[in-house]
Write a protein that binds this ligand. Structure first.
Ligand SMILES: Nc1ncnc2c1ncn2[C@@H]1O[C@H](COP(=O)(O)OP(=O)(O)O)[C@@H](O)[C@H]1O
Ligand SMILES: [Mg+2]
Length: 539
């Protein structure tokens, strides 16, 4: 009986400052199963598994291994209990071979290493689980997928009974992901318990026997894979946050203004903008093909338009080409094929400077990276992109007086809470830093606004402010591309919603035709069974 449940987690609670990462989570891992652990980003999957692997200590809860209560206070302890974990970032020594890496990590490294015998043993374990690897290859010559196999082999060599893989397919090509699926099934059939973390529903349906869904730190769902569906899993992952969110937003605004007449950003956003939606396109993207840093396709024939006075929301799980799309649109990444035009001008090969000079505003979540110079004053940050303009510079000399009064005006207009415009941007809260970016980007009445997760990490007040500003800009006539991992935000603000998956446009629909299940399915790579959309882009 006990060996049927090699691991039981009971009531695990783990808090980080400001967030309950795991809230009373129970999880059983059975012999011979691949157990899918699902949830949106931040749901608590990695935290739970890092606890099982001894990287974090929970505040509450108990772990049982083979029926015995244990305290796992280090990875060494986890390994000694037969638990192995394959992280996204590998810990291999690059100049060494596969075998050397496996042998050198062992506690009981034999005094005189017999590399030949060791290599034979490594090859044998690899064969047993159908893992394709040359034991004598040097790590530095291996692809990411092969390095991952070495990590798996490493755990198997140590006779781990429980293997945890944290989003292993995120770094793999589709073919490598297929191979990995075969290996995982093989490990399960030989009696291992495998934890497979992913948010790609196709893979989860394909490879797992059982699934657990976490949402905001809580376990919300568990089922045999055969008894559930992608639609159900998508709903469980996403939850019913929309109404909750709108309530919070309204309550916040009431508290702020002491009255109810200010409507939450996006309330009724879809109404009244359809005349505008028929207006001229500000941004046109046609069959855009862009590769990622590893030179694999990131955007595959992406096509869409945004009209003046329209917000096009882009829904998709992180890492499905959003970043590369934005980089292509802002002159930071080459378009391999296809066309981009802004207000009728060919923008396919614009430099970042040209993008700025053509009234394109960029608002990102990367406030500390590309958005702001943190050590620099608030004043200078407000003119970061503008200081070449005559108002602020004369013969390459900055006109500080003009810059300061410009900044003071923006601080007032955007209610930026700061002791003064000479203070370093680093001294401001995240919300006020984001307001500086908004002020700077929106002060020039941009024709096109590219907003990438503009409210990530902001509290509800600051997020609401950003939402209001984006709606105002849309109402003024700007075209807005809003990329977000937050469906609530997308539903609240968008006039139309585009869903991308694996670099492809799965569909574009008016927001009234979007519902969570439909969007969730598309985000997971399933097009919605022929339901009519006003625009459907199929490759
Ligand atoms: N080391 C840490 N310090 C502070 N907060 C953390 C830490 N690790 C995770 N978190 C927070 O805990 C929550 C769960 O994160 P995580 O377990 O990484 O989620 P997932 O793996 O499901 O994406 C998130 O809100 C995350 O920001
Ligand atoms: Mg994670």
């Amino acid at each position: 009986m006990t060996e049927q449940l090699p691991v039981r987690l009971v009531g695990i609670t783990k808090r980080f400052p400001g967030v309950v990462a795991n809230d009373g989570v129970d999880l059983d891992l059975r012999v011979g199963e691949v157990h899918g652990l699902l949830g949106e980003n931040g749901a608590g999957k990695s935290t739970l598994m890092n606890i099982l692997f001894g990287l974090y200590t929970p505040e509450e809860g108990q772990i049982f291994v083979n029926g015995q209560p244990v305290i796992i206070d280090s990875p060494a302890k986890a390994i000694s209990l037969g638990i192995g974990m394959i992280h996204q970032h590998f810990r291999l020594v690059r100049p060494f071979t596969v075998t050397e890496n496996i042998i050198l990590g062992l506690d009981s490294t034999p005094a005189i290493l017999d590399m030949k015998a060791a290599a034979t043993r490594v090859a044998q374990v690899a064969r047993q689980y159908g893992i394709q690897i040359n034991p004598n290859a040097r790590i530095e010559n291996l692809s990411v997928g092969e390095q991952q196999r070495v990590e798996i082999l490493n755990s198997l060599y140590r006779e781990a009974n429980v293997l945890i893989l944290d989003e292993p397919t995120a770094v793999l090509t589709p073919q490598e992901a297929q191979d990995l699926a075969v290996t995982l099934r093989e490990m399960a059939s030989q009696g291992k318990a495998v934890v497979f973390i992913s948010h790609k529903l196709d893979e989860v349906m394909d490879v797992t026997d059982r699934v657990t869904v976490l949402r905001r730190g809580r376990k919300v769902f568990e089922a045999m894979t055969a008894d559930t569906s992608k639609g159900e899993l998508a709903r469980e992952m996403i939850g019913h946050k929309l109404e909750e969110f709108k309530r919070e937003q309204k309550a916040f605004i009431m508290a702020l203004t002491g009255a109810g007449e200010v409507t939450a950003a996006g309330d009724g956003s879809a109404a009244g903008h359809h005349e505008a939606a028929a207006a001229r396109p500000v941004l046109t993207v046609q069959n855009l093909v862009v590769n990622d840093d590893r030179d694999l396709p990131a955007c595959r024939e992406v096509s869409f338009e945004i009209a003046a006075g329209e917000i096009l929301g882009v829904a998709g799980v992180d890492g499905n080409g959003q970043r590369e799309l934005i980089e292509a649109l802002t002159g930071q990444r080459p378009a391999l094929e296809g066309h981009i035009s802004v207000n009728g001008k060919d923008a396919t090969r614009w430099t970042p400077r040209q993008v700025i000079d053509h009234d394109v505003a960029v608002i990102t979540d990367d406030r500390q990276g590309e958005g702001l110079l943190l050590k620099t004053s608030v004043a200078r940050n407000t003119v970061l992109k503008l200081f070449e303009r005559p108002a602020f510079a004369k013969r390459r000399m900055l006109r500080f007086g003009a810059i300061d009064s410009f900044a003071e005006q923006l601080v007032q207009d955007y209610s930026i809470s700061t002791p003064g415009v000479q203070v370093a941007a680093a001294k401001l809260s995240g919300g006020n830093q984001q307001k500086i970016i908004l002020a700077r980007e929106l002060s020039q009445s941009p024709a096109l606004i590219i907003a990438n997760k503009p409210t990530r990490g902001l509290d509800i007040g600051a997020a609401t402010y950003v939402h209001q500003k984006l709606s105002e800009e849309r109402d003024r006539g700007a075209a807005v591309l809003l990329i977000s991992a937050d469906l609530d935000e997308l539903f609240a603000l968008s006039d139309r919603l585009m869903v991308i998956y694996s670099g492809r446009v799965m569909g574009i629909m008016p927001i009234e035709e979007a519902d969570l299940e439909r969007v969730g399915l598309m985000m997971a790579g399933t097009s919605d069974g022929g339901r009519p959309t006003s625009e459907q882009v199929t490759p």
